[in-house]
Structures are given as structure tokens and as C-alpha cells.
Design a binder for this molecule. Structure first.
Ligand code: KPL
Length: 328
């Protein structure tokens, strides 16, 4: 199976490191320092316990250099998905699959619009990675990957799942896309904006009581919007699920924190923004997601300064309000 990975960030590199011993893999990306580091020294993956491994990866910024692909893994930021779909259109074989493992809502739709429903599929992954420096990542989160399939894609998605499992990436098939996407979304709404605003690793949200409550409330608010759309999440309590993921990825810097730290646009539109707009459609108030969205927008422009106490104090009343059903 010829694999192309779109995106040379931490997650693209992580999947490249797992898959490349088994099958030909090309990474496609534009970040010059990363491409240079990968070409010169390969990729170093540091595990949470300190062990590290080296991997030779082939990465390029030149789409025409890439052989026809059976599988395109989409691991760019959600704001770049439409562009990624255009880029892989001439590379992906007629019976190839483009698989999004990205955060947020709307990625599958963007791939489908360009590649067709027969070639666009979606998965979610509990794997987590942090970029340490060009050519070096920390593998900071372990957990299953779920791939959604339809009758048309089932055979090919099964082949992808088999490849991932052989590579050591625990993978299962799932037949309910919406449940999968919103399950991950609820976790991302809980963890990503708050860690970015506070400038802390995910584990902080399990240790600080106020941060923990805000994380759990944001995840639960997202689950209520999902429910209003008729979507059942695969776990009973989104707040507890966010807590478990924050524990399992304690050492990780969330992707949104990493974006803020390198001055890149965040995925806030596809995460809290999507929850707020869906809540509006079904008449569900989303004060916590709306406030996290507003603060991240300010932080992106440099107008929100890092201040743990101030951030927690301004978010906490929204949680208390939610817990008392709006009655204070
Ligand atoms: O998906 C993630 C992210 O950082 O985007 C989590 C699960 C929160 C792990 O950090």
C-alpha cells in the first residue's frame, strides 16, 4: 500500500514512524526546517519514559514527486483541509482512500467535496504527539484509533485497519461517524482551548480543581449539543471522558497550545466554533464554548496574555452557572 501523509507536524511524523517500516510512505509538507531536519538526521521519537528511537522518513514539498497513493493520511490543521484535498486529488488512485485523522468538525465534508464520498473516510485517534524541535517529537499519548466505514469503503478501510494494527497502532472499525467525531470533539473542547489559554500540559487539567471543572463542563456542554442533533456519544459522561484523556496524555502539550506557542492559527473554528454554531441551530446555549472561543481568538492576536489565575477566575462562574442550571 503506497501511503502519502499530508502534514509534517508531530502527528504526521508519528504516523510516518509507525507505518514506514511496513510500507512505502511519503510525507508531504511545507515547513522548511522540518524537511531539512528529516532529510539530514531522520526523525527521533521520544517516548514518555525517555526511551527514544530513530526513523528514516522520506519527506518532500513537491507533490509531483509522489507516487500514486492508495492511502492519503490527512494530518494538516483543519484550516488547511480544503487545500490538502486539492493537493492529493491528482495523487490519490481512483480506488484510493483519503483518511482524515484531524481534530474538529467539517474535515470529511471538505475531502468529500473534492474527492467524492467513495474516496474520503474519517477516523479519530487517541494517539498524541508533541513537536519538540524540527526532526524530534515526543510520543505523548497512546490509545486506540477508530476508522469509520460505509458499505462502499468497508473493504479498503479494513485493509487500512489491518496495516495500522500490524504497525502497532491499535485500530478498530466503527460504523457511526457522527458519534466518533463528536466524541473526539467533546474531548478537544474540554482540553485544547483551556491548555492553550493557561499555557500548561494536559495533565494540569487533572490536578487543578478549577481547571478540571471547566474542562469537564466544556466537554459536557458539547455532548448536550451532540444529543440535540440526535447523536449518541460512545460514553455516558463526556466530562469524565475528557478527564481520562487528559490523564492518559498528561505530558502532552495539546495541539492548540502548540499552535499558540509557534504563532500559528489554531483550530478553534472547527472545535468550539463548530459547537457554538451547531448549538445555535438546535437552540442549545453554549456559554462555555463561546467564551473559550472568544478568549482563543484574542490570544491568537496577542490580546489575551497568559495569566492562569485571571483565566480560571473569568471562566469559573460559567461552570457554576451550568451546575445550578442557570440559577445562582
Ligand atoms: O487531540 C488532542 C490534541 O491535542 O489535539 C488531545 C487528545 C487533547 C491530546 O493532546
Amino acid at each position: 500500500m503506497n501511503v502519502v501523509i499530508i502534514g509534517v507536524g508531530a502527528m504526521g511524523c508519528l504516523f510516518g514512524a509507525f507505518l514506514s517500516p511496513l510500507t512505502p510512505v511519503t510525507l508531504l509538507g511545507r515547513w522548511p526546517e522540518q524537511l531539512a531536519a528529516l532529510a539530514q538526521d531522520g526523525l527521533t521519537v521520544v517516548e514518555v519514559d525517555g526511551r527514544s528511537s530513530r526513523h528514516q522518513l522520506w519527506a518532500t514539498n513537491n507533490p509531483p514527486a509522489i507516487p500514486p497513493a492508495d492511502l492519503a493520511l490527512i494530518l494538516v490543521k483543519s484550516g488547511q483541509t480544503a487545500q490538502a484535498a486539492q493537493t492529493i486529488q491528482p495523487i490519490l488512485k481512483p480506488d484510493g482512500l483519503a483518511l482524515t485523522l484531524q481534530n474538529g468538525l467539517g474535515n470529511l465534508e471538505k475531502l468529500t467535496a473534492v474527492l467524492g464520498a467513495n474516496r474520503a473516510v474519517l477516523g479519530i485517534t487517541a494517539q498524541g504527539a508533541t513537536m519538540l524541535e524540527p526532526g524530534k517529537i515526543r510520543h505523548a499519548g497512546h490509545g486506540p484509533t477508530h476508522l469509520a466505514y460505509t458499505p462502499e469503503t468497508e473493504r479498503r478501510v479494513t485493509a487500512v485497519a489491518n496495516l495500522f494494527n500490524q504497525a502497532g497502532l491499535q485500530t478498530e472499525l466503527a460504523d457511526n461517524v457522527d458519534s466518533l467525531v463528536w466524541a473526539k470533539l467533546a474531548v478537544n473542547c474540554g482540553i485544547n482551548p483551556l491548555t492553550a489559554l493557561l499555557g500548561v500540559p494536559n495533565g494540569f487539567l487533572t490536578e487543578n480543581e478549577s481547571a478540571k471543572q471547566i474542562m469537564m463542563a466544556a466537554a459536557r456542554e458539547t455532548a448536550i449539543v451532540a444529543q440535540s442533533l440526535g447523536i449518541t456519544l460512545p460514553y455516558p459522561d463526556a466530562g469524565k471522558r475528557a478527564l481520562q484523556v487528559a490523564q492518559a496524555t498528561a505530558a502532552n502539550h495539546s495541539s492548540m497550545l502548540q499552535d499558540i506557542q509557534r504563532g500559528a492559527p489554531t483550530e478553534i473554528e472547527a472545535i468550539c466554533g463548530a459547537v457554538v454554531s451547531n448549538g445555535r441551530k438546535t437552540g442549545i446555549p453554549t456559554p462555555i464554548n463561546a467564551e473559550l472561543y472568544r478568549m482563543i481568538k484574542l490570544q491568537e492576536t496577542g490580546a489575551w496574555k497568559l495569566d492562569i489565575e485571571k483565566t480560571l477566575t473569568s471562566l469559573q462562574p460559567l461552570v457554576s452557572n451550568l451546575n445550578t442550571g442557570g440559577k445562582t
